[in-house]
Write a protein that binds this ligand. Structure first.
Ligand code: ADP
Ligand code: MG
Length: 604
């Protein structure tokens, strides 16, 4: 094929592709323009998740009628004069691309009026071509309407995710900006339904409450660290408040939301040993530094930046967060909930004054030899083999059996309770040796099967005397709303109660001891982005999540009676050997293995 210079139209579309990927990208660019125009009020409306319409109105400085045609041209900006300026950028925009890019992939109109002009002006653009400019009476400020996004790039449309996902992306983005600009009054509507709404009074906690609900917002810790020209200010969650993914860790550099893996790891490191592995904090951190200290011209969407002294930035963030956590004393260290007695193989009596001694430890004489095993050797500790017999354990694949019969599983031994170690593992004896049962994993399995069993036989829901109120971030609220029917089947009666808020009227009788709010949150928290489980899987997935949250935790004290009951209940499970997420509930140390370990038989 001969080399050709691409037509302008193609060039525009290629460029647009870098900036405008989905409805949320349009919203981002238009919001940034409104902020750069010094708006104090920004209203956002979308229809059909932004595919049919995105409309953003601000009360900022407006665009002069003589400049309106220029504003929609490529590389046209009022924010940059020369290449040198690129290194002192104080505005969110500077590439002069967004309006041109948006106009080339939609039907766009801009209506705007400046303070010193009596009349406003409207321009219409369709697929990158200006189709009309005329004067119009309007207030100061700008309204950009973007209709039929990607109408001329059908391939792009096909790449969009479900409406829920696209709407969530947009709303999440708006809430980030609302947080970064609390002096602006924000309001969003999606298909006429209100999203976020803030008053613009500059109060961060108010915005945090609008996003996370009052309860969560109240718990967040404010941090502030100033070092020469670098400031780290923001809000982080206390160690007791965590999430299952990094989505609620947000960073703003000089008012710009950025994604940065290293900032994430600086924060996560500050929480290390304080929260469980696999859980993540909430963080909204605002970093201010001289514009020269950060290069924002790294990526067309401006969501990535480069720091001039990255180490200084990361260590300041790490310190600010760590200090904030330490200041909130006492900090419970949950990395080692287990208090091991001060034990020596040659002196099996726990040293006096060693502090906490697990009663179960003292009680189970035989178990004292346990530390002589070499837990690092792969051969010594064998997870119980996972037997798949006549369709059993199918719940682990997600499609739980129609009715889980309560019966003693033929391949599951009858166990005799012996004791407990580490406040976490129940020791039991079976016909062929020793079993260590992980109390959390086992309880998870038990609850899971009970819950699904009940659901199959019209769950017994227990009404709450005092209905619990749960407020969620917008993206989670829509997820929960989608699953209300499934939850009802499982015994959770939940009804919408204002924007992004819900009332929990009843919960499965199984969980009456637990916290209904935690159960509801667990349903929506662990859904990863764009995760759309098959309809047939949803019920067991949700049940799995809820049970994980409601199950007893490692280190949570259980009475002897409770431990015995746990073993009994596990024996009655259809798939007793794994938790609903596939981890083993127990480890088996066979007599054979013990004999080899003690040199009574063969070699190790
Ligand atoms: P950039 O923001 O990088 O300059 P854009 O294409 O987003 O490029 O916008 C082009 C220009 O149009 C801006 O530089 C600004 O002068 C003007 N403009 C865009 N949106 C607004 C708005 N909401 N209010 C006032 N001026 C605006
Ligand atoms: Mg812009």
């Amino acid at each position: 094929m001969a080399i050709r210079i691409l037509a302008d139209e193609v060039v525009s579309q290629i460029a647009a592709g870098e900036v405008i990927e989905r409805p949320a990208s349009v919203v981002k660019e238009l919001i940034e323009n409104a902020i750069d125009a010094n708006a104090s009020v920004i209203l956002i409306r979308t229809e059909d998740a932004g595919k049919r319409l995105i409309e953003i109105t601000d009360n900022g400085c407006g665009i002069h009628p003589d400049e309106l045609e220029k504003a929609v041209m490529r590389h046209a900006t009022s924010k940059l004069r020369n290449a040198e300026d690129l290194f002192h950028i104080q505005t969110l925009g500077f590439r002069g691309e967004a309006l041109a890019a948006t106009g080339s992939v939609s039907r766009m109109s801009i209506t705007t009026c400046t303070a010193d002009n009596e009349n406003g002006c409207t321009i219409t653009v369709e697929g990158g071509k200006v189709t009309g400019v005329h004067a119009i009476g309007t207030k100061q400020g700008t309204t950009v309407r973007v209709a039929d996004l990607f109408y001329n790039v059908p391939a792009r449309l096909k790449f969009l995710k479900s409406d829920i996902t696209e709407r969530n992306q947009t709303e999440t983005l708006i809430s980030r900006y609302a947080l970064a600009y609390p002096h602006i009054r924000w309001q969003s509507y999606h298909d006429g339904k209100p999203g976020i709404r803030t008053s613009g009074n500059g109060d961060y906690r108010e915005v945090l409450a609008a996003i996370y609900g009052v309860d969560t917002a109240k718990q967040l810790l404010e941090i502030n660290l100033e070092e020469e020209s670098l400031r780290v200010f923001g809000f982080i969650s206390p160690v007791a408040l965590t999430r299952s993914n990094r989505r609620e860790m947000n960073y703003f550099i000089n008012g710009r939301w950025v994604q940065d893996i290293q900032l994430n790891s600086a924060v996560i490191r500050a929480y290390q040993t304080l929260i469980m592995v696999g859980r993540f904090p909430i963080a909204a951190l605002f970093l201010s530094m001289e514009p020269e200290e950060v290069d924002v011209n790294v990526h067309p969407s401006k969501a990535e930046v480069r720091f001039r002294s990255p180490d200084r930035v990361f260590s300041a963030v790490h310190r600010a967060v760590r200090r904030g956590l330490i200041a909130q004393s006492p900090v419970p260290e949950i990395s080692s909930p287990v208090q091991w007695p001060n034990w020596h193989p040659l002196n099996p009596q726990p040293a006096s004054g060693s502090g906490q001694i697990d009663p179960a430890w003292q009680m189970s004489g035989e178990a004292k030899a346990i530390p002589l095993w070499r837990p690092n050797s792969a051969e010594t500790v064998l997870p119980v083999q996972y037997h798949q017999t006549n369709g059993k354990d199918s719940a682990d694949q997600g499609n739980h059996p129609e009715s889980v019969l309560s019966m003693v599983s033929p391949d599951f031994p009858i166990l005799r309770w012996i004791g407990q170690i580490g406040g976490t593992y129940i020791i039991a004896e079976g016909p062929d040796g020793l079993y260590l049962i992980d109390q959390h994993a086992a309880h998870e399995r038990i609850l899971f099967e009970k819950l699904l069993n009940q659901a199959a036989s019209e769950a017994v829901a227990q009404s709450l005397l005092d209905p619990a109120l749960v407020q969620l971030p917008a993206w989670q609220a829509s997820l929960l709303e989608e699953n209300l029917e499934v939850l009802k089947k499982l015994g959770f009666h939940i009804e919408p109660f204002g924007p992004s808020a819900f009332r929990v009227l009843a919960i499965p009788a199984l969980f009456t001891k637990g916290n209904p709010e935690a159960a509801i949150r667990s349903v929506v928290e662990d859904f990863e982005e764009d995760e759309t489980p098959l309809q047939s899987e949803i019920e067991s997935r949700i049940a799995g999540r809820v049970c994980k949250r409601m199950a007893v935790k490692a280190g949570q004290p259980l009475s002897e009676e409770e431990q015995r009951a746990l073993i009994r209940d596990l024996e009655n499970c259809q798939s007793p050997r794994t938790c609903p997420h596939g981890r083993p509930t127990m480890i088996h140390l066979s007599i054979n293995l013990l004999e080899r370990q003690f040199g009574r038989k063969g070699t190790i």
